[in-house]
Design a protein around this ligand. Structure first.
Ligand SMILES: [Zn+2]
Length: 63
């Protein structure tokens, strides 16, 4: 993921990477997402969310 090309449209600030804890199906995982230092909006690209959740679903089905 290219860091630095994403700008918060509301604040016009460059988004910075931040560790976010996700909870999905009772599992916790930490993932780095871009967030706005001004309004704390977390920018999660849809393809990353879908890819991540798809991976978790596959991992759970294997067990
Ligand atoms: Zn902002």
């Amino acid at each position: 993921m290219a860091i630095g090309k994403f700008i918060c449209h509301k604040c016009d600030k460059k988004l910075e990477p931040e560790n976010i804890v996700l909870e999905y199906l009772g599992r916790r995982m930490t993932h780095q997402f871009l967030s706005c230092p001004e309004c704390k909006l977390i920018y999660i690209p849809e393809e990353i969310v879908e890819g991540k959740i798809h991976q978790v679903e596959i991992a759970l089905e294997d067990k």
